[in-house]
Ligand binder design. Structure first.
Ligand code: AMP
Length: 464
């Protein structure tokens, strides 16, 4: 199918084609006509599925016609969990709307001066892309008039709820016209997101992109087991010297370890910068600009900072620390393989982190190959740590090391992966020598049939 067949304004189609997209992705094929019809939508789709264009193109289509209502407030409001994603969405709106006349887009995100944004918002505006906290600041100062708002988009709604924005979101929605169109995009539509969706949408059409997106990135994934922190650092050093690596995002679990690792890598001669939520917006922008321009080769980031990052030059994602949630793994590796390119995602794991890996495999419905680098083979054989899954867990002997105890960066300080002790206990029997770690390909027997919370979640998400 061609974009022209979706009923979009030719100026919007022209801009999309100028971006190099030849055909709409599955989420675009379904969401664009439904949005043009005026339906409320609940869309579950993975990051990288083309969801931004799925909601932005039909909105831009409408913005080509003047509003029937008086006023100067936004006609489209997009709420996103992070500043970076808001900037990404703003950029997409500018790109896809570049042939429309007098299109005014304002990003209202934290970190930038309030008064500058307030001035922009006091002028006529078509699209506001905002993070909830900053938008509340503007609303409280009476800076935004929603009287002519046509469409509200909640982008990555699950993440906004995870980040505790529920009250802000409800307060914002209460200020918008009741006859608005609401489009909710989320990795999952279950649980707390589903309840929010029920409250804020009317007779919504549900679109679930269960299958992998058509232009799904080709990301080669593998794991390297590390004996200790020093071994992990040597593995990282080796991986970063790969000539095939153009740019990499290295994920750590804490802000401090991101800073420390960036310093360490610079000391080893890499052009490395840290990116995390404690940095000022100016520093974050500067770092991202350095990455986009290719001045920075290695970005050392935490999960929150890397959300929405879309830099085509990123050839590798390296999990220096495994993510706390299996879902975050999908977001992390989605930083590579952008814009139809191939990517490599490598996770460095301690031997006792097998359970987290299995959660990821179950969530993504893929097994991850275990790789070994000659000369850097792990000495220890992967094995289940003593006390894993029961009350002794916290006192189980763990290797230590890293930048400091308790910062989540060395081994053993933060288990993460939810409070699922029952699940740990329940699955103990399937752990062990023959149960799948170290396998190189194929699926683990029985893994599809197991009815576990993780399994259920994966089905709901449809894998990656
Ligand atoms: P998103 O899911 O919105 O983060 O988009 C993921 C990536 O897909 C972005 O790099 C987009 O520029 C790109 N993209 C969006 N629509 C298409 C399309 N129809 N064909 C190919 N790539 C696309």
């Amino acid at each position: 199918m061609a974009f022209a067949q979706l009923g979009l304004n030719p100026l919007v189609v022209k801009a999309v084609e100028a971006s190099g997209y030849t055909e709409p992705t599955p989420v675009q094929v379904q969401a664009i006509p439904a949005t043009l019809e005026g339906k409320d939508l609940l869309v579950s789709s993975q990051t990288g599925s083309g969801k931004t264009a799925a909601f932005m193109l039909p909105c831009l289509h409408r913005l080509d016609q003047p509003s029937a209502l008086p006023g100067r407030g936004p006609r489209v409001l997009v709420l996103t969990p992070t500043r970076e994603l808001a900037q990404q969405v703003t950029k997409a709106a500018e790109t896809y709307g570049k042939f429309l006349k007098r299109l005014r887009i304002v990003a209202a995100v934290g970190g930038a001066p309030l008064h500058v944004q307030a001035k922009l918002l006091s002028q006529p505006v078509d699209v506001v892309v905002a993070t909830p906290g900053r938008l509340i600041d503007h609303l409280e100062r009476g800076r935004i008039d929603f009287s002519r708002l046509e469409t509200l988009i909640l982008d990555e709604a699950d993440r906004m709820l995870d980040m505790g924005f529920i009250d802000d979101i409800e307060a914002i929605i209460a200020r918008t016209p009741a006859n608005r169109q609401t489009l909710l995009f989320s990795a999952t539509l279950e649980g707390v997101v589903g309840r929010l969706a029920q409250r804020v949408t009317k007779d919504a059409r549900r679109i679930e992109i269960m299958a992998a997106p058509a232009h799904k990135a080709k990301i080669e994934q593998r794991i390297h087991f590390a004996d200790d922190f020093s071994h992990k650092s040597r593995l990282l050093d080796h991986l970063l010297r790969d000539v095939g690596l153009s740019q990499a995002v290295v994920f750590t679990s804490t802000k401090k370890s991101a800073d420390d690792l960036a310093v360490q890598l610079r000391g080893e001669g890499f052009s490395a910068e840290a990116l995390h939520g404690d940095m000022s917006q100016r520093d974050r922008n500067r770092t991202l600009q350095g990455l986009r321009l290719g001045r920075t080769r290695v970005l050392v980031a935490t999960d929150v900072a890397a959300r929405g990052l879309d830099v085509p030059g990123i050839s590798h994602v390296i999990n220096f620390d495994l993510p706390r949630q299996a879902e975050d793994y999908v977001h992390r590796i989605g930083r590579t393989g952008r814009a139809g390119r191939e990517g490599i995602a490598i996770s460095l794991a301690a031997h006792f982190e097998k359970r987290q890996i299995r959660d990821i495999e179950r969530y993504t419905a893929q097994s991850i190959r275990v790789g070994v680098i000659p000369g850097l083979e792990p000495k220890a054989r992967p094995q289940r740590p003593e006390g894993f899954g029961d009350k002794r867990r916290s006192s189980a002997p763990r290797p230590t090391g890293g930048y400091g105890k308790g910062n989540g960066n060395g081994y053993g300080s933060k288990g993460g992966y939810g409070d699922r002790k029952a699940a740990y206990g329940e699955k103990q029997s399937s752990f062990g020598e023959k149960s799948g770690y170290g396998h190189r390909e194929g699926t683990r027997p029985g893994s599809e049939k197991r009815s576990t919370p993780a399994g259920a979640k994966r089905r709901a998400y449809g894998g990656y």
